[in-house]
Design a protein around this ligand. Sequence first.
Ligand code: MN
Ligand code: MN
Length: 319
Amino acid sequence: TQPTSPSPTQTPVQTQSPTPKQTPTSTVSVHLTLGNPTNAGSAPDNYLMVKPQYALSYNRDRGIPNWVSWQLNQSYLGDVERQDDWSPDLSLKEDWYQVRPGDYRSSGYDRGHLTPSADRTRTVEDNSATFLMTNIIPQHPDNNREVWRELEEYTRDLVESGKELYIIAGGVGTKGAIANGKVVVPQQTWKVIAVLDPPGSGIQGITENTQTIAVIMPNSEAVDNTDWRDYLVSVDRVEQISGYDFFSNVPKFVQDEIERRVEGQPPTDQSNCSPAYPEVCIPPPPPDLDCSDIEQKNIKVLQPDPHKLDRNKDGVACL
Ligand code: MN
Ligand code: MN
C-alpha cells in the first residue's frame, strides 16, 4: 500500500516568519485567497492586476490575461442588468498596447468573458468591470455560448444552493491571432473551481474533502453539441498543461488530494494503484500492460514508468 496522507508529524505548522519574503496573496485580494497561480507581479508577460471585482495575470505580448481569479458567493449577485459597456483597460501601463473592444470585430471569435457578467450583478460598477478587455479572451462562439456558458450557469446554481466558490479561468496554447497579431487566440479554455461549504470559511474551509471542478475545452467548433461534463479533468491536469500552480496557499498534502480527483468520478481504491500514474488507477506489473489494455487516454506519467507507457518521456502517455 502507498501512503495517501502524511503522518501527523508531517502536518505543516503555521509559522510566523519575522521577515516574510512575499506579501501573502490573501491580503492582496480576496480573489487570491487560495493563491496566485503564476506568482504574477510586474513582468509584462505575467502582470498582476487587482480589482475589487477580480484579480488577474495579464500577458502584454498575448494581449489577453493568462488567468483571471474571482470569489463567487451570493453577495456578488443582484439585479443589475448587463451593461455591455466594453472598454479598453486604461489601468494598463501607458506604453502597452491596450486591446480595444473593436479589435475582435469580424474575427470569428467572441469577446469571451473570463469573470462572467452574470457573476457581478450587485452594482453597475461591478458589472462594468467585467467588460474591461483585460478580462476577455477570443473565444469560439460554440465554446462561449454553449458548454462554457452552461458551466458558468452551473457554478451560479451552486452559489444559489449556498456554496462559495473560488474560480480561476484562462486560455492555453495558441491557435492563431487576431487584431493584426496583437491578440492571441488560445487553443483551449480551462477553468478550475474550489467549492467551499460552508461559505465564508476561507482557506481554513479547504480540506481533503473539498470538491473541485476542472475542465479543459477546445476553443473550437469541436465542442458543438457536447456537455461541459465531457471536459472534466483533474486540477493536476490543468496545472500540467498550463504550468501554473493552483491553490498554492493550501497545505501541500491537501492540494495533492483535491487536485488529483476528477469531479463526478468515484474515488478509486488506491491500494493497488501504481504511483507512477497518479490520475488513474493502473496496478503495478506483473502483468505488463500496454496502452491497448488501458481504457483511459492522455495519462499523466511519473518516472519510473513501470509499464513503459511513456516512451518519449514527456510525462504523458496513451494519447
Ligand atoms: Mn498539483
Ligand atoms: Mn496546486
